[in-house]
Design a protein around this ligand. Structure first.
Ligand code: GLN
Length: 543
């Protein structure tokens, strides 16, 4: 029997609901259960694809090409289960599908209402495509009391009624603030949050309480009494030193035990957390450290580069070093007279993905600096495109080389591919069409050149990586670049789209059109990140 775990949040946002869900998924997995994690986002956008990275953080792309919430990245990293299009939805998407059906006449004249039509569509989404797992963990975005969230809360309430409590458990994440002047940990916001939840018919079974220190027995009793849960089900969530400690911490506080106890399954299995302990131990005792500069347009919100940061950390784990980050806004280097010498202080430069003109020159200059100074440099998506343009201009001497993403370059080294091939289907992008969903999205194969640096790094000759971009390096410029040591060592199988560039005469300079960070996991660091950090370790020995 498949069981549902609903995770809701209260009091304030940013309490780490996504990490809590991911960690619980990992704990259940460590007991041999199969899990699937889902996120229901109450906002009205159809997906986060068109949302500002500095407001909403990174857009996480799945193999099957969905643009999803960054929490799905946590889910994948903690459980190793690749997320799918069917794992994230929004109010916008739910309404979109209902309205499409309505226009087709599928509702046969019925008056459409939030209950039952919207809630039915949400329930369908929660239950769909999950027959192969033991647990579906379903996180509701936002906090209880948000107007947009109501249909989602109502839908999960109904599911509890329909499936019965033996198949559903409700976990609520709250905050216990500490008031220094009173010297007390306050339980009232939690009480109010649970009251709010109960007023819409949901009695939580387990409370996860973010707290600055262990909850005193008296407070725990009080929370249990007022919120109508068992004292053992009031679980404290203390600040963790590292997110990969969270599964161990939650296990120590009894979270997985309480969840399984609810279902009467607590005696069936015992967890094997060896691999989590190993990660935690490595994080605590690194052999050294390296500094990587992330030069991007959206550095004001570090979450805009969540997966990149995590993947760098995984590369650090693989090399047993701590990766320190230096965040540099790319427009700092836009000015032709900008001083880039601060890059001498770092061991590697990462040029992440991005869009538009601002900061593009800065990224190009940084690529040029790293190229000339033999500094390890990793260009991802836009970072790769701009590195290619930089090399075209300054190494191959192609005057007027640029991207059609901005300006009107004489030589479009990067431009729009109006069509490309996926499997047997030809996908055609309409210029001037909708902005949302018009990119090359999801997993595509690439063929690696034998004896290239990337073929050695991957130890493979074909790979599959996730994409999210509109523009492509123009393959017709390859013959002009390769004589200068700009090698296109990864191509789409039909040979039309450059996927990877590397510099021949450089210790480590690789640009990739895809997003390798999306597939990196703590237990399976992405080979490119492992190799990049190894190069940074080498570099740190030189300085
Ligand atoms: N702006 C570039 C494009 O659309 C790169 C996108 C990205 O870096 N994700 O092709």
């Amino acid at each position: 029997m498949k069981r549902f775990i609903f995770i809701t949040g209260g009091v304030v946002s940013s309490l780490g609901k996504g990490i809590a869900s991911a960690a619980l998924g990992a704990l259940l997995q460590s007991r041999g259960y199969r899990v699937r994690l889902r996120k229901l986002d109450p906002y009205l956008n159809v997906d986060p694809g068109t949302m500002s990275p500095t407001q909403h953080g990174e857009v996480f792309v799945t193999d099957d090409g969905a643009e999803t919430d960054l929490d799905l990245g946590h889910y994948e990293r903690f459980t190793g289960v690749s997320a799918k299009r069917t794992d994230n939805t929004t109010t916008g998407r739910i309404y979109q599908s209902i309205l499409e059906r309505e226009r087709r006449g599928d509702y046969l004249g019925a008056t459409l209402q939030v209950i039952p039509h919207v809630t039915d569509a949400i329930k369908e989404f929660v239950k769909a495509d999950s027959d192969d797992v033991d647990f579906v963990l379903c996180e509701i975005g936002g906090t209880v009391g948000d107007i947009e969230g109501l249909p989602f809360f109502e839908a999960i309430r109904q599911l509890g009624q329909e499936l019965g409590r033996e198949q559903c458990v409700y976990i609520h994440l709250t905050l216990l603030p500490y008031i220094a002047t009173a010297g007390e940990m306050k339980t009232k916001p939690t009480q109010h949050s649970v009251k709010e939840l109960r007023s819409i018919g949901i009695q939580p079974d387990i409370l996860l309480c973010r707290a600055p220190f262990p909850i005193p027995v008296e407070e725990r009793r009080k929370i249990a009494l007022f919120c109508n849960v068992r004292p053992e089900s009031v679980i404290e969530a203390l600040d963790a030193q590292h997110i990969y400690d969270v599964p161990l911490d939650y296990h120590a506080r009894g979270l997985d035990h309480e969840v399984l106890r609810h279902f009467g399954m607590e005696k069936e299995t015992s967890p094997d957390l060896t691999h989590w302990r190993r990660v935690s131990e490595t994080l605590r005792n690194p052999d050294g450290n390296v500094t990587i500069a992330i030069i991007g347009k959206y550095v004001a919100l570090h979450d805009a580069y969540k997966s990149v940061v995590e993947a760098l950390g995984h590369g650090g784990l693989a090399n047993r070093v701590k990766v320190d980050l230096r965040w540099i806004p790319s427009d700092r280097f836009d000015d032709p007279d900008a001083d880039l010498s601060e890059l001498d202080e770092v061991d590697g430069v990462l040029l992440p993905g991005g869009f538009g003109e601002r900061g593009a020159m800065g990224k190009m200059r940084a690529a040029g600096y790293a190229r000339r100074h033999k500094l390890p440099c990793f260009g991802i998506c836009y970072g790769m495109q701009l590195a290619v343009i930089e090399a075209a201009r300054n190494l191959a001497g192609i005057e007027g080389a640029g991207t059609t993403e901005f300006g009107d370059p004489k030589v479009p080294v990067v431009g729009l591919m109006s069509e490309w091939i996926r499997g047997n289907a030809r996908e055609v992008r309409e210029q001037g069409g909708d902005l949302g969903g018009t990119m090359r999205l999801g997993a595509y194969p690439a063929v690696l050149r034998k004896d290239s640096k990337v073929a050695r790094i991957y130890g493979a000759d074909t790979i599959s990586e996730r994409h999210r971009h509109r523009y492509e390096v123009n393959a017709s410029v390859i013959p002009q670049l390769e004589p200068h040591g700009v090698i296109f060592s990864g191509m789409s199988p039909d040979g039309r789209l450059p996927e990877i560039m590397e510099l021949a005469d450089h210790p480590w300079f690789i640009g990739v059109q895809f997003h390798p960070e999306l597939k990196s996991r703590p237990f399976a660091p992405h080979p490119l990140f492992t190799s990049f950090i190894a190069a940074a370790v080498e570099q740190s020995r030189l300085v």
